[in-house]
Design a protein around this ligand. Sequence first.
Ligand SMILES: NC(=O)c1ccc[n+]([C@@H]2O[C@H](COP(=O)([O-])OP(=O)(O)OC[C@H]3O[C@@H](n4cnc5c(N)ncnc54)[C@H](OP(=O)(O)O)[C@@H]3O)[C@@H](O)[C@H]2O)c1
Length: 345
Amino acid sequence: MRLLVLGGTRFLGRAIVDEAIRRGYDVTTFSRGLSGEPRPGAEALHGDRTNSADLLRLAERDFDLVIDTSVIAPRHVAASARLLAPRIRHYTYVSTLSVYDGFGEVPVSEESPVLDGPPDADGSVEELGYGELKAGSEQAVAQELPGRHLIARPGFILGPHENIGRLPWWLTRIARGGTVLAPGDPGQQIRATDARDLAAWLVDNTRRGIPGVVNVPGAEGTTLGELLTDCGDVTGPGPDGPLQLRWVPDQVLLAAGVEPWSELPLWAPGIPELAAVWDVTGDRALRTGLRYRPLSDTVRDTWTWLRRDAAARGGPGTFERRPGIGLDPDKEQEILASLDPQADG
Ligand SMILES: NC(=O)c1ccc[n+]([C@@H]2O[C@H](COP(=O)([O-])OP(=O)(O)OC[C@H]3O[C@@H](n4cnc5c(N)ncnc54)[C@H](OP(=O)(O)O)[C@@H]3O)[C@@H](O)[C@H]2O)c1
């Protein structure tokens, strides 16, 4: 089986490449070479998808399957899909739950309306909007390969090599130990998908050629409290002493200007914009074979990766954290200091 991964060198794409190689596929990646090289065993083609001359390199090749993890303008996704359509059997595009109109505010299923993103739109994420860019890209793939495309819409993706830095930030903070600001309610339900589970499902269903749209919102039944406790269990006591999670009410954090979702990753306080953020239908993913591992395994393996990365570089972990992810230590201390010491943490 010849699989082309458009991308494949950073996080989810890397897990896809690993999974496909493990299954004995011939794997080729296409990337600019800026985010690193593909895994051993994969063939690397280099080029920029936004450059039509570079893209033409793919016209010299035949593949059976394509998985596209890109976050580029719909018109470039359309160009790749058009070029590859006569040369492949099935094209899978990794999209996002953010394509739903009102995602976060209202419950969504695969039938819910999506944002208006034209398939020929050009521009950056900042110009088009993330949800619109992904919605337009979905349309572009659907137009070029009708009936031969799968659109996966994941929610939170976590796991080793995570480049956004959500779980890495929590692990790194909790590893310092001492009193750690924990947001909202320890019983808050959260959902996330390990990149390796998503990768296995993507490879399987691309090979099977299942068409249509599938949400991958993560398993139900885990809480934020469990996640943070799991983090403490794997990191052990830190230089600032044994871990003590100090649960701070949503209202206190909102009043202090803490940004939900990003500044304290996975924190979704009870505000209208996030009231239904975990309320996503995920049955289709389960029916088509998605198997979610326990989040505690994801936490353990992400910590192992962070420590290995730190050891390899002879210093602190160097995961790339996007701007805005994680709470500034001074701000955390200010908020903790403002709390009533008698109140329950
Ligand atoms: N993280 C989450 O929680 C989350 C949630 C929902 C959905 N998603 C979706 O999941 C996917 C995550 O993908 P990933 O970043 O982990 O995938 P990845 O395939 O590991 O990394 C992205 C790849 O795209 C390549 N690339 C970027 N710009 C390119 C260009 N102009 N031409 C050619 N190659 C280019 C990068 O390599 P070079 O830089 O070397 O070119 C890199 O290999 C995205 O589609 C995202 O929207 C993520």
